[in-house]
Design a protein around this ligand. Structure first.
Ligand SMILES: *[C@@H]1O[C@H](CO)[C@@H](O)[C@H](O)[C@H]1NC(C)=O
Ligand SMILES: *[C@@H]1O[C@H](CO)[C@@H](O)[C@H](O)[C@H]1NC(C)=O
Ligand SMILES: *[C@@H]1O[C@H](CO)[C@@H](O)[C@H](O)[C@H]1NC(C)=O
Ligand SMILES: *[C@@H]1O[C@H](CO)[C@@H](O)[C@H](O)[C@H]1NC(C)=O
Ligand SMILES: *[C@@H]1O[C@H](CO)[C@@H](O)[C@H](O)[C@H]1NC(C)=O
Ligand SMILES: *[C@@H]1O[C@H](CO)[C@@H](O)[C@H](O)[C@H]1NC(C)=O
Ligand SMILES: *[C@@H]1O[C@H](CO)[C@@H](O)[C@H](O)[C@H]1NC(C)=O
Ligand SMILES: *[C@@H]1O[C@H](CO)[C@@H](O)[C@H](O)[C@H]1NC(C)=O
Ligand SMILES: *[C@@H]1O[C@H](CO)[C@@H](O)[C@H](O)[C@H]1NC(C)=O
Length: 702
């Protein structure tokens, strides 16, 4: 084809694109605020919705099974649909039915507003045994137990060839009701016209993700980053070191989570309940640091990030503390940074570590692990809570191991009968939090937990505390609905009871007496305040005293992608670090005023940070958290997959300004067809004409 022909043909294409726009009645687009799902990839593939190009479909409302059946039976020629779906219907099998109808353009899941779209009684996009492939039992042919059967449909791990958006109840968007209202109105409008009387509302969905293939390819092409963030740890023991024979008691919780729609990974009961309780236990112990310092063992607090991505935080931490560490490249100057280690002043450049203090932790001397898992009691029946009885369960790997049973007894037999009474909860009275072995009868072994990463290296007595004995009581594990809005004072009391007992049992496990342990009680007001601040009010007064930089009241608990140039990529992680540092401080000194708008406050000297205008010296440190199957290649300055069997999750990059969702009225496909026909005829005519003109030109000027 000669250039002239090309130009003319291009013109024709442009004209016909122009013509297609006239299908849209009046040409009025209304932009809608909706959110996509970010594509995640691992060593073997990817999940999430397709996002290759824009999809346009007539709005169709599917709130329940009747709607679904009607949709499947409805087969007008040439029409494709954007389905407005309720969360109750957001399951792999419904999506498969929609897909198999061959008329699906895309899906928008609506969280609330219309009663038909109200919260389902249970919803979880995660698997029945979350993270089984990276768990202690990964070598078993199948998961030993279904912890998350409520829905546990694993939709998070499936790939779809159509776009999926969500219209959430968004605390950061005061117009969300209006947006959802608009969407539902377009659906109602089409329902009234039985999806047949045009014009009808259509929606265009567009979310382009750069990534394709798998983690290796994507990392190499520079379109992906490891999913990950920062783990946090600290200890009261200023002189923590490898070179003594003190034992260590590890108290751990997960610091973030994952969900299908990452922007709305709220994880209030799933994760926040655990880390808030851990912080409150640390605070309780800090009330008598002298007694803690006198213990024969060290207490180590860890908050592991990115555990929903192959236990990334705990596996990396355990790997690092269980092997001898050598820094291959020390920083050349105080604020040194490089392309593979961007944090100014990272203590080791290769391997990149902001802090190398983890060298002080002796893995072989860990004598016990206490993990605070889901402990809010969210799924407990209201009458159980109202009666003031909350049962907590201690999960273990090996119920025949005496040291493990001894650790369990520190909870179940403490204070006579293993019950912590939390008073002053509400008019309803006290809440009794009772601790029970989870394994009486059957031992289902450990639920998904960070403790597994330690136990995979070495047998260590470990308990995982949960508000469930068999399957999760939390009906919203990693769901958008786990937003903390269902919590009542009794739930805070449950967490507070766990915080108190954890402080006491850990004190005893570290060598303290039962009598001395009884002095520690968690501050229940603090538990409630922390919980509310983390889940819905980052600008609450408790947080504001430390950090004023939060621009929104809510940040999700999804770690995002790992960035070696910053210590904290989210406000919640930064706040956890500050609280843990403050509670475990071995020295406090007055300081002028902190720059509380910054996420990197400093008082000028190492190991000291500025917390609420006080200079706090502590052992608090951060530790990189990203899949243990991924490492930095310091030659090419790129992350590479080094072990496909370990966590290798990466996140695709995307351009958020290209995310688009808009609605408009369309005319019938017959009318559109006619126009396409006209367009094609026009194209043929012009092509023929061009051909002859070209021929004419060619002959004439030969
Ligand atoms: C699973 O099997 C592999 C290969 O035999 C082994 O290296 C690994 O330690 C096992 N994992 C666990 C948790 O036992
Ligand atoms: C990798 O991703 C695919 C697609 O999401 C998933 O089915 C598979 O289980 C993942 N593998 C691991 C080891 O996580
Ligand atoms: C820790 O070490 C410092 C400096 O060597 C010393 O002054 C301090 O007393 C030690 N603290 C404890 C609790 O042993
Ligand atoms: C290192 O960075 C800090 C924080 O940005 C800055 O205050 C300090 O002046 C820098 N020090 C040197 C020697 O560049
Ligand atoms: C035992 O538990 C009950 C609540 O179930 C509580 O009222 C009582 O004080 C507890 N006894 C002891 C010795 O802690
Ligand atoms: C408990 O914590 C709150 C902060 O949420 C604080 O205002 C209160 O003084 C604390 N109570 C005690 C007894 O320390
Ligand atoms: C957040 O906390 C601040 C300070 O306590 C309060 O004024 C504000 O109303 C709270 N916001 C929400 C959404 O609860
Ligand atoms: C930090 O700890 C001190 C001492 O326990 C306490 O008084 C203060 O309220 C804490 N600050 C914050 C912001 O938690
Ligand atoms: C993102 O898309 C917008 C609009 O298409 C464009 O202007 C911008 O340059 C893009 N940004 C990046 C980083 O690609």
């Amino acid at each position: 084809m000669t250039p002239l022909l090309l130009v003319l043909q291009l013109l024709v294409v442009l004209l016909s694109v122009q013509a297609q726009n006239t299908y849209i009645v009046g040409g009025i687009y209304q932009q809608l605020q909706a959110y996509g799902s970010v594509r995640m990839l691992n060593a073997t593939g990817f999940n999430g919705p397709s996002s290759d190009s824009s999809a346009i479909g007539v709005v169709y409302r599917v709130a329940d099974n009747t709607d679904l059946d009607a949709f499947i039976a409805f087969t007008p020629p040439f029409v494709r649909f954007t389905v407005v779906l309720s969360f109750a219907m957001f399951t792999p099998s419904v999506l498969e039915s929609l897909r198999n109808s061959n008329k699906l353009a895309g899906v928008i899941v609506v969280q609330q507003l219309d009663p038909a779209f109200a919260a389902p009684t249970s919803d979880s996009p995660d698997a029945a045994f979350p993270q089984f492939q990276h768990s202690l039992y990964a070598n078993d042919s199948s998961p030993p137990y279904a912890w998350n059967p409520k829905v546990g449909n694993g939709i998070m791990y499936k790939a779809f060839d159509f776009p999926i958006f969500v219209m959430p109840k968004n605390p950061n968007d005061l117009t969300w009701q209006q947006t959802v209202g608009t969407l539902l109105k377009t659906a109602d409008y089409n329902v009234e016209r039985k999806y047949q009387t045009y014009p009808l509302y259509a929606i265009e969905l567009n979310q382009f993700m750069f990534a394709s293939h798998d983690a290796s390819v994507c990392l190499r092409r520079g379109w992906c980053y490891p999913a990950g963030a920062t783990s946090i740890w600290s200890t009261f023991s200023q002189n923590l070191t490898q070179n003594n024979d003190r034992k260590l008691v590890v108290v751990t919780a997960q610091a973030d989570a994952n969900g299908f729609f990452q922007d709305f990974t709220n994880a209030a009961a799933t994760t926040v309940s655990g880390y808030v309780t851990l912080l409150a236990a640390a605070q309780a112990l800090s009330e008598n640091q002298k007694a803690v310092a006198a213990l024969p063992s060290d207490i180590l607090f860890t908050l592991f990030s990115s555990e929903s991505f192959g236990f990334a935080g705990s596996q990396r931490f355990v790997n690092d503390i269980s092997a001898p560490f050598t820094c291959k490249q020390e920083p050349k100057s105080i604020n040194d940074s490089s392309a593979s280690c961007g944090y100014p002043g990272a203590q080791c450049q290769n391997p990149c570590h902001i802090s190398t203090d983890f060298k002080d932790i002796a893995f072989d001397r860990i004598k016990a692990i206490v993990e605070v898992n889901q402990v809010s009691g969210l799924g407990l029946a209201p009458n159980v809570l109202d009666a003031g009885n909350v049962n907590m369960y201690l999960h273990v790997d090996d119920a025949s191991d005496q040291a493990t049973l001894d650790l369990v007894k520190l909870f179940t037999e403490s204070g006579g009968n293993g019950t912590v009474k939390v008073g002053g909860v509400s008019a309803k009275g006290d809440v009794n939090v009772k601790f029970n072995p989870a394994f009486s009868g059957t031992n289902r072994k450990l639920p998904p937990s960070s403790a597994m990463s330690f136990l995979a290296k070495k047998k260590i007595p470990a308990v995982v505390i949960g508000d469930y004995q068999s399957s999760f009581t939390n009906p919203y594990y990693n769901s958008i609905y786990d937003d903390g809005s269902q919590m009542t004072p009794a739930h805070y009391a449950a967490m507070c009871g766990v915080a108190t007992q954890t402080a006491r049992s850990v004190f005893q496990s570290a060598g303290g007496s039962a009598t001395d342990a009884a002095q520690f009680s968690a501050n229940c007001t603090l538990v409630a305040d922390l919980f509310k601040c983390f889940t819905s009010n980052l600008t609450c007064s408790l947080f504001h005293s430390i950090y004023t930089g939060a621009s929104v009241p809510y940040e999700n608990q999804y770690p995002g992608f790992f960035d070696h140039s910053v210590a904290f990529t989210s406000t919640p992680a930064f706040m956890m670090y500050n609280f843990l540092a403050n509670y475990t401080a071995y020295k406090r000194s007055a300081y002028g005023s902190c720059d509380s708008s910054q996420r990197r406050p400093s008082c000028g000297s190492p190991n000291e940070i500025c917390v609420a205008n006080v200079c706090v010296a502590s052992k608090a440190s951060t530790h990189a958290a990203y899949g243990s199957g991924i490492e930095m290649d310091y030659g090419s300055n790129k992350y590479v997959v080094v072990n496909a069997a370990k966590g290798t999750w990466v996140q695709s990059s995307f351009n958020s300004s290209n995310i688009r969702i808009r609605t408009f009225l369309v005319t019938s496909p017959q009318y559109q067809g006619m126009q396409v026909g006209v367009g094609i005829a026009l194209t043929l005519v012009v092509t023929a004409a061009t051909y002859y003109v070209q021929k004419f030109v060619d002959t004439k000027f030969k």
